[in-house]
Design a protein around this ligand. Sequence first.
Ligand SMILES: [Cu+2]
Length: 357
Amino acid sequence: MQIFSGILVNWVLASVLCTGVLTCAQPGQKPIVRKEWRTLSEYEKSSYLRAVKCILNKPALTPAFNNTGVISRYDDLVYTHIQQTFDMHYTGHFLAWHRYYVATYELMLRKECGYRGAQPYWDWTLDTPAERWASSPVFDPVTGFGGNGDFIPGDPTNPFEVPGRTGGGCVKDGPFAGIPDLVHLGPRDSVTYNPQCLKRDFSPYFAGRYLALNQTQLTLAAPDFGWFDRLVEGGPSFEASGAHGGAHYGVGGTYGQMGDLYTSPADPIFYLHHANLDRVWWSWQKLNLQTRLTDISGPIFLMDYDNVQGGNVTLDYPLSLGVSAVDVTVGDVMNIAGCGKTGVLCYEYDKVYTLQS
Ligand SMILES: [Cu+2]
């Protein structure tokens, strides 16, 4: 009876949680399977890119405000990321927040744009060392997201110059090239209408250094979530970067949106990168799943690793994505295949990383 009423309570909870803009996983639902970009068929790749273009063109749900740059459904999520930038990076809920964020985007593509697949991930370890970076299938001009921008000379006095950057101009090929107002928000925390092209500023050096498999292996060996999260997220300097910064700066450098802590989701590649970071987390969780489905720690406040300003994040810590999804808790997203029974998410990965000895 107790088990039964537990299930019932969970089911009722899931139903209550999921009555917002989007409906999420219900009991009995089967997880969808996320696959690596380069393993998708050409048809699957073009269906995904078509859905991205669709969400870029759907009208926003965020209420209009003065000089608003939030025009599309796509912008709703970029806006939410900008608004919460300092509340969810370098915190204990960084990975949980981005897990829910990517799953919400996936659901938007499926429910609002007729996409039938799962969110693809980008296993960037396959595109290292540095010499291989620019020829990643993810940057393919025909079947991918397009490549680098033209080289824009940097400013040597700028402390934010990403080492090894090679671009900085508008993306020149692929589905997002030649659109002068693809991006409406930013740079940084600006949310007024500012039409911009999508820019990339590849740093093959940076990618090669922080995205190689040895970096992922280092994170998988972490003994607890606190260590794991700090290794993935790294520190706030280029030198202290982890895999998270590896693809942000490897793609966005200094002048591309991916290198902008606030506006990075403006580049659709963001979602493939964060899906893979989520896969790194899931791979780590699966090494000891029973324990790691509930292992969460790390500061509530930005960089507050010594808990001077506040405590640590727990399973009941709230996650909010503004107009795009219902509020949930960290505990609701600990299991990617909770499927309405032990959480609101319902997906799997075709492959996980394993710890090599
Ligand atoms: Cu982020």
